[in-house]
Design a binder for this molecule. Sequence first.
Ligand code: SIN
Length: 528
Amino acid sequence: MQREVVDFLIIGSGVAGLRAAIELAPHGNVLIVTKDRPSESSTEYAQGGIAAVMSDEDEVGIHFEDTLKAGDGLCYENSVRILVEQGPQRINELISWGAEFDREGQRLDLTLEAAHSRRRILHAHGDSTGKELERVLLNKVRSLPSVRKYPFAITVDLIVKDAVCHGAYVLKNGEIMALFAKATILATGGAGQLYSRTTNPEVATGDGMAIAFRAGALLEDMEFVQFHPTSLYSPTAPQFLLSEAMRGEGAILRNINKERFMPTYHPMSELAPRDVVSRAIISEMVKTGSNHVYLDLRHLRKDFVKNRFPRIYSTCLRYDIDISEDLIPVSPAAHYIMGGVKTDLDGRTSIPGLYAAGEVACTGVHGANRLASNSLLEGLVFGAQTGISALSSPIVPDPYATYVFSPSTIQDAEEIRRALRKIMWEKAGIIRCAASLGEAEEKLSAWREITLRDYATRHELELKNMLTVAGIIVRAAGAREGSVGAHYRSDFKGRGEDWQRHLTWACKSIDDTQGPCQWPQAEERCKL
Ligand code: SIN
């Protein structure tokens, strides 16, 4: 087995991982491993923008309050404070590195999105904000000689000895490599691919959450999955996000009878919190016996629509939908997971030597529901924050660990993946109940063996990770007998008792010798 020792190992190359790398680069050698091309991350596809207080008409305290309100009582306030207070500084730093945000004259052109009480969303090239961030951060990282990248290298497991993380085992060119580091940072993004309808790219398979769980790290808030209200719904087109910024600029929702419906559901109409809009859409779809509703921009100026949303305009046009003239068929889709690997304010997980930042992490900053455009900001702020704290990791990597790797194969992996995604969508999706979650759990238990074996291909490793994370989401959704934020139980419409507690999950049977984890024995540890 090939071995390599570095100072800092970062798994994932979206905004959080790259921002952490920039912080670490002056202090040692940094290796970024990523299972695809470095630019292939959720960051690259983020459209709407990045929220921060960048105008005199706005205040950090108001951004703080909006974030708490969206989080529905479950945000960790200290995390939110860091996010909103450090946000402007991190954005200015990005601008100094060459980020080109859209402007009106000299001023930043700030837009509005759901549940924001001020215009504070920066955007780039209209609707390609994430792509611009990824470009700037990758360029910056390329200029740092101490940072190297291993693309197309998927992490199989973490190296854990005496309950301390010493690095990761990675599959690269068909071989297992052991990468040792004094600090290992998970920045692998989310898990939208667990659902048959998702706005997330193919890489979002929950890998970081699953490998951290197998290593014995705590996961938290896993029942909170956010569903974006408007993803393109067309049998001939791929699933594609239709940014909330479109509603921010005045787009309205209509049912298939072309009736506007949001004002009857919420005083903020189309700009109500995402979970409210998603459930309203589902309710209209059920009422009208349809599998979609429409997004309508026809009342906006054609040239404004084309210039403000160039990527969405050209993508939809490829499928014969002119967004400035046609009603756009949309339906909700899994978008973001608020839960993840539990960290403190500095990205430290429950395992010394292991850190996490971005969507894979749960700092509690989003509570039960993320405020629109706070995710790129989270990646920037907590990526930097985690990089700074990883600098003082006390771990001295022990490069002599051995790994028994005996890969199996999964029969019918493609079919299982498809079935898993369908079950998650239908039984653990926007609306859940004990019966649907019980059915999901039963189906998942038939595949439990898959989560206990090793595999030598990316596709199989992803499926193993997806099954692990799906199991935790289903358990967590079953354990929270109440409806809070994005977690909606049709059998418990109130908040339920003890609703302010956070549910944390750990793999009980893990031992220091990297034995396989026994998912069925995962325990729930309730905390305040
Ligand atoms: C969007 O553009 O609607 C997505 C922004 C976000 O999820 O924060």
